[in-house]
Design a binder for this molecule. Structure first.
Ligand code: HPA
Length: 270
């Protein structure tokens, strides 16, 4: 993207050339990760070429801070496709992270489960995804950034999956595993769609994350994906999905997700 230099100049100036090793994208209601962190806060509205986020439960700030003594950048709220952002805007922060020399990315989200082997409040490690949003690599390819046809077999780093599973065990967290299906939203799914997505292999359904993971893989950033099960998808239980419930569960169970991410950061590269 041609304006990325402007974005980097602004960030480098405001953060005094802070160089994060880790990036964390916080999904709906998961902002509590930042509660005990101090650092430099940049509002999206002030960052050149960043979009705004107007979704309730998304703060719209980048935080540069030390987590477990490691330099991190934390996105408090993401840019969704359903907000009308072109797909290149949705993944723009990932390109910025790469330029800042981020090595590892945690992508988190709230999601609805397609079956009852998952419980509300569970954390599910994303082993793979099905992307029904849009592919962010469509367009001209810059060979200096990545390959035209990147392999997706290790989109969610297997090596880091092993590490996070070990960390979950140490924290006594029952970490589930499964496939995330990304759909555009913003309407929740019909019952027929949920049945179809389950047949396709989806364990949870959400409205983000997969395009970000594709961009990260393309750029050579190691990705760990985590879904917080905030509800049962339409028709799986008697209750209907709604955004208020998604935020509430996020707030209630977000602490567990925060602990797990912090423990994993502690154990990566040490
Ligand atoms: N469907 C799609 N996206 C979601 C859901 C859901 O049930 N819950 C949270 N995000």
């Amino acid at each position: 993207m041609k304006n990325i230099k402007e974005t980097l100049d602004y960030i480098n100036l405001k953060t005094n050339n802070f160089k994060p090793e880790f990036a964390i994208i916080l999904g709906s209601g998961l902002g509590c990760f930042c509660d005990d962190l101090n650092g430099t806060v940049l509002k999206y509205e002030n960052i050149p070429n960043f979009s705004q986020t107007n979704v309730i439960g998304h703060k719209g700030e980048l935080l540069f801070a030390m987590v477990e003594n490691k330099p991190c950048v934390i996105m408090q709220g993401r840019f969704h496709y359903y907000e009308g952002n072109p797909i290149q805007k949705v993944v723009f922060p990932i390109k910025v992270f790469k330029k800042l020399k981020v090595k590892t990315l945690f992508i988190t989200n709230a999601a609805g489960a397609t079956h009852k082997n998952l419980n509300i409040g569970d954390i599910m490690l994303i082993k793979d995804h099905i992307n029904f949003i849009a592919n962010p690599l469509i367009g001209k390819n810059n060979p200096e950034e990545g390959e035209r046809f990147p392999d997706m077999s290790d989109c969610y780093s297997k090596k880091y999956q092993t590490i996070i599973k070990e960390c979950a065990k140490n924290l006594n967290i029952n970490l589930k595993e499964g496939v995330y299906l990304a759909t555009t939203g913003p309407s929740y799914e019909t019952q027929a769609e949920v049945k179809a997505f389950k047949l396709l292999g989806a364990d949870v359904i959400g409205m983000s994350s997969a395009p970000e993971a594709i961009m990260a893989k393309y750029l050579g950033i190691n990705t760990i994906g985590l879904s917080l099960v905030t509800n049962y998808a339409t028709g799986v239980s008697d209750s209907k999905p709604n955004h208020k419930e998604v935020i509430e569960i996020g707030k209630k169970s977000g602490q567990k997700m925060s602990l797990l991410i912090k423990e994993t950061i502690k154990n990566i590269g040490s």
